[in-house]
Design a protein around this ligand. Structure first.
Ligand code: HXC
Length: 541
């Protein structure tokens, strides 16, 4: 009010000279103060959303409100709201008498560790967070702003879907959001947090963003809900079993992470954003570290077990290589035979892809290929260098894989690595067999630095399988088979045949892996490589 006090004082001094203009100013003041009161009223109404009862119901479900979520997501005091006063324009079903400023979505911008992000947070207390035309326009506005300046968009989804009272206007609103998701893809990072219902066509906006986090037990995503499923297929299924966080982070891979509650999900989003550039034209964010770039890890020299069929945990290698052991894993519970995620080397973000011998012996299958392909493409789109650790016995055999299209899905990963122009460093720790050797960021797919540990075995296949094919006529002679297997192992169960051809740039000590990668990334920082001009490629989908 102080500022308006000053206006009044100023008005008084003017009034001494001219009564008429004084009256005008007084009227103006009252008009202004009425507008201020109205502004405050509308702001308060917007903050209260659907009212205390509905806020209490939201809390009773273990969920935060739309604004409480933004408080956790963004740096303290950084949120600047836009479109607080937007209301729907629906006049059907008595909607003209039910207007709540903001119309079910809180939008604006703020910072995460000082870096700009645009946000929208659906307010379930207002018409179930359902999407009206105006609600959609608010989302589109923050997306447009984010695209103009080059900053990520984070959407907090908690919505009953299309605003039923609005009908087709709402559907149009969704489609406009979809269109913007597609145009923004690969330009700015897009992150979706599913923190409540997300059903019907509404799932397709998050589905087109780069990462989806879901909250366990309180969020779900499905195209048709349990009632429709029951009517059409007679299946009985709960919301959780149909499209809960666990289903989507284990079976379907629709989502990347399942978090225990809203706060964990929001903090995970803050962490992920810390690895990503603001846009595809911005530099990568750096996080200073005291971890020496040339730290020697002697324990890595004994990571590989004596028997080549024994598993070991590839996470250990990743954690020992990255700065301060800090690794942010993407899709840890799906296709776990390959590991994908972000770490930092010398403070700069790096995307890691690594076969995991602990799960299915680290084989490439449909899930692993799709998962890693999408990750590699994300890294390439945002100029994040890729480090690949290889221990892969090949592609998974079987009708299940073949009939479900491993040819096409495996090709996705091959395609992704081959088209990527970011710095690519590969370290073969143990097996690199067959087509999987080629696929896993090999020299032949424009790998920049291809290292192997002395324990590497680079061959068309494992010795036993190879001998059973080449010496089929001797299969009833176990002694001969054993002798030939040994011969094959001696010849190929090492990195030197590949290194003698230049397919491996250097055979390195495991303990020096971090130093080698750090040096490599320094040298590759100025890498310039462009693919031939094309409208777009034709990725095997
Ligand atoms: C308008 C809605 C709404 C909607 C919920 N509400 N969904 N209002 N349009 N889509 C309102 C409710 O009337 C209620 O208002 C409040 O939000 C909370 O809803 P409840 O049902 O009480 O909450 P809950 O029990 O938690 O159930 C949540 C729900 C359920 C599962 C989301 O509300 C529901 O099934 N809603 C309809 C979902 C739906 O069919 N949407 C359209 C899908 S098709 P009051 O005043 O009582 O608080 C679609 C097409 C998109 O989305 C196409 C894009 C291409």
């Amino acid at each position: 009010m102080a500022i308006y006090g000053r206006i009044l004082v100023k008005s008084n001094s003017v009034a001494l000279a001219n009564d008429a203009s004084f009256m005008g100013l007084i009227m103006g003041y009252f008009h202004l103060s009425a507008n201020i009161a109205e502004m405050e009223r509308r702001r308060a109404a917007s903050k209260l959303g659907g009212g205390q009862k509905r806020i209490d119901a939201q809390h009773a479900k273990g969920k935060l409100t739309a604004r409480e979520r933004l408080d956790v997501l963004l740096d303290e005091g950084s949120f600047e709201e836009l479109d607080t006063y937007v209301e729907h324009d629906c006049v059907d079903f008595g909607m003209q008498d039910q207007k709540i400023p903001g119309d079910g979505v809180v939008t604006g911008s703020g910072t995460i560790n000082g870096r700009l992000v645009y946000v929208f947070s659906q307010d379930f207390t207002v018409f179930g967070g359902s999407l009206s035309k105006r609600h959609a326009e608010k989302i589109c506005k923050v997306m447009d702003n984010a695209m103009k300046v080059g900053a990520p968009v984070i959407g907090l989804n908690d919505s009953g879907g299309a605003r039923i009272q609005e009908g087709v206007a709402s559907l149009g609103g969704y489609a406009e959001v979809f269109q913007k998701n597609v145009l923004a893809s690969g330009v700015i990072p897009q992150l979706s947090l599913i923190m409540g219902p997300c059903a019907g066509g509404a799932v397709y906006s998050p589905a087109m963003t780069d990462f989806i986090f879901m909250v366990k037990d309180s969020s779900y995503m499905f195209v048709t809900g349990p009632e429709v499923v029951k009517t059409v297929t007679n299946e009985e299924v709960t919301q959780e079993d149909l499209g809960g966080a666990v289903v989507h982070t284990t079976k379907t891979s629709v989502a990347d992470l399942a978090l225990e509650n809203d706060i964990e999900a929001l903090l995970a989003a803050r962490e992920l954003i810390g690895f990503l550039p603001e846009s595809n034209r911005d530099p990568l964010p750096e996080l200073p570290t005291d971890d020496p770039w040339d730290r020697v890890e002697d324990s890595l020299d004994t990571l590989i077990p004596a028997s080549s069929n024994m598993p070991y945990d590839m996470h250990e290698l990743i954690r020992k290589v990255v700065d301060d052991g800090n690794f942010f894993e993407i899709q840890p519970k799906h296709g776990a035979n390959i590991i994908t995620g972000f770490g930092r080397i010398e403070g700069k973000p790096v995307g890691f892809v690594a076969n995991q011998p602990m799960v299915l012996a680290g084989v490439l299958d449909i899930d692993a290929s799709r998962k890693a392909a999408r990750f590699v493409r994300f890294c390439d789109a945002f100029s994040i260098p890729i480090v690949t650790f290889v221990d892969v016995p090949g592609f998974l055999p079987g009708t299940g894989q073949e009939h479900n299209g491993i040819i096409k899905h495996g090709a996705k990963l091959l395609f992704a690595y081959a088209e990527a122009t970011v710095p690519k460093i590969t370290v073969i720790t143990r097996k690199a067999y067959g087509g999987a050797y080629d696929v896993m960021a090999s020299k032949h797919l424009r790998g920049d630095l291809n290292y192997a540990w002395p324990t590497a075995e680079i061959a068309v296949m494992g010795a036993k399988g190879a001998v059973e094919i080449i010496f089929r006529q001797d299969r009833d002679n176990p002694e001969k088979i054993a002798e030939k297997t040994k011969e094959y192992e001696d010849r190929f169960a090492n990195p030197f045949v590949a290194a003698s051809r230049g397919y491996i740039d250097e055979v390195i000590y495991p303990h020096s892996t971090r130093r080698r990668i750090a040096l490599g990334l320094r040298k590759l920082a100025g890498k310039k490589l462009e693919n031939p001009w094309k409208k777009h490629d034709n990725l095997p989908l």
